[in-house]
Design a protein around this ligand. Structure first.
Ligand SMILES: Nc1ncnc2c1ncn2[C@@H]1O[C@H](COP(=O)(O)OP(=O)(O)O)[C@@H](O)[C@H]1O
Ligand SMILES: [Mg+2]
Length: 440
């Protein structure tokens, strides 16, 4: 490729002579990025496809320009741009040279390299550029594997990661023009917030889905994209129907206990396929698994796992019956909210708890060595039998794990329940989500 062809493409991506669309601001991520930015490390932005990584990169560029950075000292490029007719590290080098020659940035400019997985062997180039202080580098791409294992080996100790998820409930409200800043806003807008929570559970929170009227079509598209681009192509899977069946199975059974064996039996797949496929799905951030809490590692590994999806909209789009499964969708929403917290605090560990009498607690939150909180998601607390069961399980688990605080997340019920010496807090899901995010 000629340099003047490259520079034309670069002009389209950059802020050198124009402004760029960067969507609705996501301050949580930008402030995290800002903190990482001051370190002398490569920054990797990972997360599921379509969670908004590219937009966040652009918001970051916009932000530093707003803070006084010269736009010419920033180069943003999407390496998936089909106009690039060459490939590999040579292309990357050529792009960088062209940028230096035509735009003449000062020393060590900031490079935003999006869809970097398109460049075979990019890790070496990134490492070299970083070590020689040629540039400050922020990279992103869709595949978890690309940004962990492969990158990990070459950039060990040289990169910091930002994981981007679909919208949190607070972000979802602001994407829907509902701003909650304090308790009073919350009282005034409670009905609206509850209405939006239902939408959040039904259609999930991918940014584009949130802003569009064609929600289901977009979700089905995402589903196909993850299957074909992130999984089939990447892992060279020979029987696509098997993978599709497994994904549908897991997405329709979120928050249920599953073992490799139980999936094998339901789908007539080999154990090896089930094992490999679930592993790939986790790498693509489509699903997550939750282990059972146990003091014995062996028991933990042997026990069934619970599976959760990155987005409840995806579950509903591929065949989950929304109204019949509100409780499980709520549980999925809580899981993802806890996962978001865990990203910020890697000391946190999440488990479910179950004893031999089949009493269950949905989530055990462990902080460092100690179990800190127990969480039960119970959509319907009116039913006396359910109430008794949920409280009984919590009480047993609190004793066993020596935990003094427990929470039941409900649709509406709020207050306290006394259990001999302990108190259990009841809180509606919408409120719990906003408190967890630090909004309330
Ligand atoms: N902050 C945002 N404001 C408005 N729309 C957004 C925002 N983030 C993402 N989107 C929408 O979602 C789509 C996917 O976002 P993108 O940043 O390309 O995801 P990723 O890079 O993670 O695959 C965008 O094309 C846009 O329509
Ligand atoms: Mg992108």
């Amino acid at each position: 490729m000629e340099k003047n062809e490259i520079i034309q493409i670069l002009y389209d991506w950059n802020f050198w002579d124009r402004d760029q669309r960067a969507g609705i601001f996501r301050p949580t991520y930008i402030s995290r990025l800002n903190a990482l930015f001051s370190s002398n490390q490569v920054i990797t932005i990972t997360g599921p496809r379509r969670a908004g990584k590219s937009f966040i990169m652009r918001q970051m560029a916009k932000q530093i320009i707003h803070d006084g950075y010269n736009p010419k000292n920033i180069m943003h490029v999407n390496l998936e741009d089909p106009r690039f007719t060459e490939s590999g590290v040579l292309l990357l080098e050529k792009i960088f040279k062209t940028y230096q020659e035509y735009i003449a940035p000062e020393n060590s400019p900031v490079l935003f390299l999006d869809e970097i997985q398109e460049i075979e062997g990019f890790e070496k180039w990134v490492r070299m550029a970083h070590e020689l202080s040629k540039a400050k580098i922020i990279i992103s791409g869709s595949n978890a594997r690309l940004l962990s294992r492969e990158l990990g080996s070459l950039l060990t100790g040289r990169h910091l990661d930002l994981t981007v998820f679909p919208l949190s409930f607070g972000e979802f409200l602001s994407f829907n023009n509902v701003m909650i800043q304090n308790k009073n806003d919350c009282i005034a807008k409670e009905l609206e917030v509850k209405r939006l929570l239902r939408k959040y559970m039904e259609f999930g929170s991918f940014p584009e889905v949130t802003l569009s009227d064609q929600k289901k079509e977009i979700l089905l598209n995402y589903f196909e994209d993850v299957i074909t681009k992130d999984l089939l192509r990447r892992f060279k899977i020979r029987i696509p129907q098997d993978l599709r069946a497994l994904v549908k199975y897991i997405l329709s059974n979120v928050a249920s206990l599953m073992t490799l064996k139980s999936i094998e039996r339901s789908l007539e797949l080999s154990i090896t396929s089930v094992k490999n496929f679930t592993n790939y799905l986790e790498q693509a951030y489509l699903i997550f698994s939750l282990k059972r809490f146990s003091f014995k590692v062996k028991e933990q590994e042997k026990s069934p796992k619970k599976m959760y999806a990155i987005d409840t909209g995806l579950c509903n789009a591929v065949g989950f019956r929304f109204s019949e499964n509100l409780g499980r969708l709520a549980e999925n929403v809580v899981f993802i909210a806890l996962k978001r917290k865990q990203i910020l605090n890697p000391e946190l560990e999440l488990f479910y708890w179950k004893d031999i009498q089949h009493r269950e607690v949905d989530f055990v939150v462990k902080d460092g060595l100690k179990a800190k909180n127990l969480i039960q998601v119970c959509w319907n607390m009116q039913d006396e039998k359910t109430r008794k069961r949920e409280l009984g399980s919590l009480s047993k688990a609190m004793k066993e794990l020596n935990v003094t605080t427990a929470t039941i997340i409900t649709e509406d019920a709020e207050g306290e329940e006394k259990l001999q010496n302990d108190t259990v807090q009841l809180i509606p899901l919408w409120k719990w989500l906003l408190i967890e995010e630090g909004i309330l």
